[in-house]
Design a protein around this ligand. Structure first.
Ligand code: ADP
Length: 163
């Protein structure tokens, strides 16, 4: 069985992330979305909230599951036999960073390969950071995040404004 692990912070999951998940789910037998803690970025949603949002938008994809871990990715990947990492690439800037991560992961776990999928043209501009920025200005989020989670992003943005 071929398993793709798709790691990210998903704060929140965007249409670009979902596009990668759908495409990976057609290539691999199973896709495991790994909602990672990110010590570099201050997140808008808690890890449990991010996990629940990813679960909600992927629930109709039968070979997709969602988990979280605080383990090092290269260690956690050992739990899935023969798994590969899937990453989306939006631009050359993603490539520089992702190549470095791929090499580090390979160094930590020699079995662990990384496969890159090019971002779909219409989602190249999309990031969780841009989504949060748009939400702060009350912009229409339907081009950014799956419709099922728009209200969650709006609510969270309002709450953050008050605090
Ligand atoms: P972001 O970079 O938006 O904060 P993550 O850290 O959660 O998102 O990224 C997880 C993975 O998803 C990375 O491989 C990243 O390059 C990829 N990704 C993010 N946004 C998109 C997009 N719009 N299209 C394709 N891949 C994407």
């Amino acid at each position: 069985m071929t398993t793709a692990l798709y790691p990210g912070s998903f704060d929140p999951i965007t249409l670009g992330h979902l596009n990668i998940i759908r495409r990976a789910s057609r290539i691999f037998d199973q896709v495991v979305v790994l909602v990672m803690m990110n010590s570099e970025k201050k997140s808008m949603f808690t890890i449990d909230e991010r996990l629940a949002l990813v679960q909600r938008v992927t629930k109709r994809l039968p070979n997709v599951s969602v988990v979280t871990t605080d383990e090092l990715l290269a260690e956690h990947a050992k739990k899935y036999e023969g798994a590969v990492l899937v990453k989306g690439l939006r631009a050359v800037s993603d490539f520089d960073y992702e190549l470095q991560l791929a090499l580090i992961n390979k160094k930590m776990n020699a079995e662990l390969e990384t496969v890159f999928l090019p971002a779909s043209e219409k989602y190249t501009f999309l990031s969780s950071t841009a989504t949060k920025e748009m939400a702060r200005y009350g912009a229409d989020l339907s081009e950014f995040v799956p419709v099922e989670i728009i209200d969650d992003v709006i609510e969270k943005t309002k709450h953050r404004r008050q605090t």
